[in-house]
Ligand binder design. Sequence first.
Ligand SMILES: Nc1ncnc2c1ncn2[C@@H]1O[C@H](COP(=O)(O)OP(=O)(O)OP(=O)(O)O)[C@@H](O)[C@H]1O
Ligand SMILES: [Mg+2]
Length: 508
Amino acid sequence: MYAKVNSLGIIGLDAYKVEVEADTSSGLPAFDIVGLPDTAVSESKNRVRAAIKNSGYKFPVSRITVNLAPADVRKSGSVYDLPILIAILLATKQISYDFRNSYFIGELSLEGKLRPINGVLPMAISIEQNKNSNLFLPIDNSSEASVAKGINVFGASSVSSIISHLKGEEPIVPMTPPEFPSFYIDNVLDFSDVRGQTVPRRAVEIAVAGGHNILMIGPPGSGKSMIAKRIPSIMPPLLYEESLETTKIYSIAGLVDRKNPLITARPFRSPHHTVSPAGLTGGGSIPKPGEISLSHNGVLFLDELPEFSRTSMEVLRQPLEDGKITISRAAASLTYPCSLMLVAAMNPCPCGNFGSKTKVCSCSNLAVEKYLSRISGPLLDRIDMHVEVPAVDYKSLSSELKSESSSAIRERVVKARNIQKSRYRGKGYFCNKDASPSVIKSACRMSAEAENMLKRAFERLSLSARAYTKVLRISRTIADLEGSESVEKSHIAEAISFRTLDRKYFVR
Ligand SMILES: Nc1ncnc2c1ncn2[C@@H]1O[C@H](COP(=O)(O)OP(=O)(O)OP(=O)(O)O)[C@@H](O)[C@H]1O
Ligand SMILES: [Mg+2]
């Protein structure tokens, strides 16, 4: 006998329909799964056999062939346990149901219980357009799936409970979708805790307002990591579409919170410097998202930048420019988005005091040079702003006065972002950071004084063409923060100050 049920598979961030066909025929007892299954799928034979028996049904003593169509795409994971079981019960007439609108996903335990799987959100969203679809899945995945609109999500803890529902004995109540909070900021870490550091605070505000990447250099304990961790608190709130996209990535990586599945705060990822290149970009035989994709729509913080391996830094070059990464492996070639703000922090030398006005650096010239040369030049070039974070003085630290709070800074950032959004309407990007050289040039209407200053700085600092465009972009952001239509001399001067630090430290 033959039966067919629907299931779902994942390629990158997108899901596709998988038809699970089961055929039982006379002959020597055998159980084959075809349709490019990987090891986890092949192992589902044993789980399905045990789960059928332990749920009180009969495993047929006949020749069983299961086909996962389309047969030319590699299937991975334990997602197909449940649909295979249902297809076998249907083919052997142990249950009957109209399965045309229903989809099944889920891993089985030998006992017949359902275990959660990864990547449920993209799967559920992919069937949104087929109105009145039913999605049967493990109960632990049900709130994640219910984020998708217009489908009936039936979460069950065991095979028996799904079959009772199908027979109409004990109907499962469909999940209601979770509410998306219109405005959510993780307010645990606030900029009001950061004392002094006026210039780095201002630099970070500009960087966030224009989406620029930023590098902080300074002695140990000056607050670099502290400032970086507070950056998400001044970023504009996550939009619903952004939240869905980021949650999809987390869903595939298996990092979604089972109870509150939607990611509503901008991600802040801070991989340790021992991270491998594959850990950053994503990898595996069927590639999973890496740290850069997990930072999508948020911040990737590389603390102690010189400690990262050269290859780890090099692999960031292309994705930082393109906002997406394509990972090719034998089994699949997948693309994940990674539109992020890169924040890096480092000490200027092994002892940390090189360039300090108050402390003496104990490193030899060679040691400093060696330390700084660990940073890949092309990566440094992609970091738009460099800022020095000096040691905090006692007066600022002991002061009773609280510094400006994150919410006040965020208000200015949001205003500046709105100006940029309307400037770049229809262009496919929203920030000054992404504007092409010609676009940013026409967006920077300059006074004669400003033009003059830029010209002199260009000649005196012998800026590269890339640095020239970066200065324009940063100046535009500073002007936007002020609500100024034209770019003035003061804006150019401030922008240039964030491009001169690499000379102090890196050109020796
Ligand atoms: N500007 C500051 N205002 C208030 N507290 C600060 C400031 N800077 C540092 N601190 C205190 O010092 C601690 C260490 O700071 P942080 O970890 O940010 O230093 P760092 O610059 O990252 O140092 P390292 O180079 O060693 O990584 C913070 O947790 C905080 O308690
Ligand atoms: Mg630190």
